[in-house]
Design a protein around this ligand. Sequence first.
Ligand SMILES: [Zn+2]
Length: 191
Amino acid sequence: PARPALHGAAPGLAPVVDRVPTRDKVVFLTYDDGAERDPRFVDMVRELRLPVSMFLTDSVVGPGYGHFAQLRTVGASVQNHTLHHASLRGLPYAGQRAEICGQQEKLKARFGVRPRLFRPPYGTYDTTTLHAAADCGVAAVVLGREPDAHRLRPGDILSGFEEPNLTEATVRLLRRIQAEGFTPARLENYL
Ligand SMILES: [Zn+2]
């Protein structure tokens, strides 16, 4: 699909996306931090050709980048979630820039690709974040929402459902997505 234009961003600021503007009955599966590295998740992504986006924090992944290299091989995308999982809102520009650009560079060094998407830890950000993100080459600041009780909507960016185990939580969520007539789609095709 063609990427829809992102509205609402001022010049020099990365746009904030909390839901993809689409009428397609699609939702997006996103995962944060990189703490859990379950080989069964790699198998599942491969077998189901599941489009998933992993927002990684360097200090959480630590020496575990090999797992995410495997996930990329089977089709996952790797995106930016800062170097140290800092709460960015209120921090000076230099500090925010270091957290965002630093992880852009780490991921570029690891995987050969500079991420296009960034998710701020705890979902907190300010205008300085959007300025720093744009300066670090981020195309969009992507928030997410937990798939709670109310029905899924087209373009929902789902996150925070990994408990207690991301593989089982994903299997459960996929049943619900299917039951409500939706399909998981690749976030990077829409943003
Ligand atoms: Zn996080």
